[in-house]
Design a protein around this ligand. Structure first.
Ligand code: ARE
Ligand code: CA
Length: 480
């Protein structure tokens, strides 16, 4: 429940937020597979309520467990899982089982598979769930009261009682259906609002993964549980680590503060890990931003770095990928452009999602950002694979907001986040040789198109002018 079951030495889970299933299949084959990514987090796959204007958040209001949404139907979902697996990529589904759809301006509420529901009567015939399956209505006002957080309504969403057998049975049936379709695990939404003891029963009844679907027979699916814990509330993320990994929202906030230079500077990266307040790496599910905090939902506010802060976002993401905390499953957000935080994905006048197009330079268009295709990020996914299972050594605080460190004897990075040029001789840890910086260039026919770094006796002289991007990375495979 802590292992993402990547195929080979792959790295990272890309959240292809609001993508259609067949576009994901295509992305697995043409890009994610060949570039050593590990898996994809999909949007919510089961039927959701249709909200006028089609905001992205309608998908967090379930109507039934039918696999039919704007991303596609069950047949397309299955095709995606198989094609991605054949390309070496695992699929993790966003699962919303804390609540059901809220009341809409007109009754009945209508879902993406055509189902009807009567939320104010707590009647969802397409499951079916009725009044007795829900907790008594009350709203969450006090996050210091764990019972209220678990048993009252999050944002007015009718709150399911996971302590009831028939509610559990429906949830388990759905999770097992996804296992049969070949998924490797789940992003569990709103875990803070469900009792760990109920989740324990539910997870324990989820089937093991099978050889038939390309896994080690009998292994447990991967769980990453959404719990927003910045340390100031009653519910703690530690309550969930015996069940699976847990989202590390303090990582997202702190990495933003470090790179934005708010109350922090790069020297904070020296003790990056449990000393910074993160969970032990095995349980810690890390990311720079997610689909909520990139648009002011959830937590983190102005600290969060998103695609809108392009250079800083790339630098922070490159650091996340260079640093071992979070194991092989750091998550990378892949967004669509938005101005209004409610705005849904690129869509036509019928409300159908428009596919991303790929430009000749490899970037996305039609309203899709595709951060996962930005070259620095792709190169650092490879860096993470090459330096897998090594620790940070030789960390050097060169000057304020200028650092460097090694990943064992396999990789080295230097970061300049100051307005001053960086010029220093530092620990570089790699075997003697001349290496090509993979950020400023590439090794082409044995020559470096960017900055070369000469390593001698574990030291190297490096320079990063203040005018340049401010991140340098070399590794064993970039040796000339
Ligand atoms: C929408 C409307 C609401 C309306 C509701 C019902 O925005 O105004 O009342 O519908 O009609 C997403 C959106 C919500 C949206 C919901 C349903 O973000 O705005 O509501 O979908 O359509 C808390 C939870 C955390 C949750 C965040 C958003 O603890 O689990 O709120 N995050 C997940 C998902 C979201 C999703 C949901 C849960 C619901 O990632 O995308 O909501 O399925 C402090 C606390 C946090 C708290 C945070 C914000 O930081 O520590 O625990 O997060 O404040 O309240
Ligand atoms: Ca609840």
């Amino acid at each position: 429940q802590w292992d993402p079951h990547f195929i080979g030495n792959r790295q990272g889970i890309v959240h292809l937020f609001e993508w259609k299933w067949l576009d994901i299949a295509d992305e697995c084959e043409t890009f994610l597979g060949p570039n050593n990514f590990g898996g994809v987090q999909t949007s919510v796959a089961n039927e959701n309520v249709i909200i006028s204007g089609r905001p992205w958040y309608e998908r967090y209001q379930p109507m039934s467990f039918k696999l039919e949404t704007r991303s596609g139907n069950e047949k397309e979902f299955r095709e995606m899982v198989v094609r991605c697996r054949n390309a070496g990529i695992r699929i993790y589904v966003d699962v919303v089982v804390n609540h059901m759809a809220a009341s809409q301006p007109s009754t009945p509420a209508i879902g993406t598979a055509g189902s009807e529901a009567y939320p104010s009567d707590r009647w969802y015939p397409a499951v079916p769930f009725n009044k007795s399956d829900f907790n008594t209505a009350c709203s969450i006002e006090n996050y210091n009261d764990p019972k209220q957080v678990r048993d009252c309504e999050l944002a007015g969403l009718p709150d399911l009682d996971q302590g009831r057998k028939d509610v559990r049975d429906k949830i388990i049936e759905y999770l097992n259906h996804l296992i049969d379709l070949g998924v490797a695990g789940y992003r569990m939404d709103a875990c803070k609002h469900m009792w760990p003891k109920d989740l324990r029963v539910i997870y324990s009844r989820v089937k093991p993964l099978s050889k038939q679907n390309g896994f080690v027979q009998g292994s447990r699916p991967f769980f990453f549980q959404e719990v927003i814990d910045l340390g100031n509330e009653a519910v703690k993320r530690q309550e969930y680590i015996s069940l699976g990994t847990v989202t590390e929202f303090t990582y997202s906030t702190q990495i933003g503060m470090v790179f934005r230079k708010i109350e922090r500077d790069l020297s904070a990266l020296k003790n990056w890990g449990p000393p910074s307040g993160f969970l032990p790496s095995r349980y810690s599910f890390v990311f720079v931003c997610n689909h909520d905090n990139q648009r002011g939902h959830g937590s983190g506010g102005d600290m969060i770095l998103t695609y809108k802060d392009k250079d800083l976002f790339i630098k922070a993401s490159a650091f996340m990928l260079a640093h071992p905390h979070g194991g092989n499953h750091p998550r990378l957000m892949s967004s669509f452009y938005f101005d209004d935080p409610s705005q849904g994905p690129p869509q036509n006048s019928n409300g159908d999602i428009i596919s991303r197009e790929i430009e000749s330079n490899g970037t996305c268009s039609n309203g899709w950002v595709c951060e996962h295709r930005w070259p620095e990020i792709v190169k650092m996914v490879k860096f993470r694979a090459i330096t897998d299972k090594t620790v940070v050594i030789g960390f050097t605080n060169i000057a304020k907001n200028q650092i460097s460190f090694c990943r064992g004897r396999k990789g080295f990075v230097a970061i300049n986040n100051s307005d001053q040029p960086l010029s220093a001789t530092v620990n570089a840890c790699l075997p003697n040789g001349v290496y090509c910086d993979v950020i400023s260039g590439d090794k082409v026919d044995g020559k470096c198109t960017g900055t070369s770094v000469n390593v001698r006796a574990g030291k190297a002289h490096i320079e990063i002018p203040s005018s340049s991007f401010g991140f340098l990375a070399i590794h064993l495979e970039s040796r000339l």
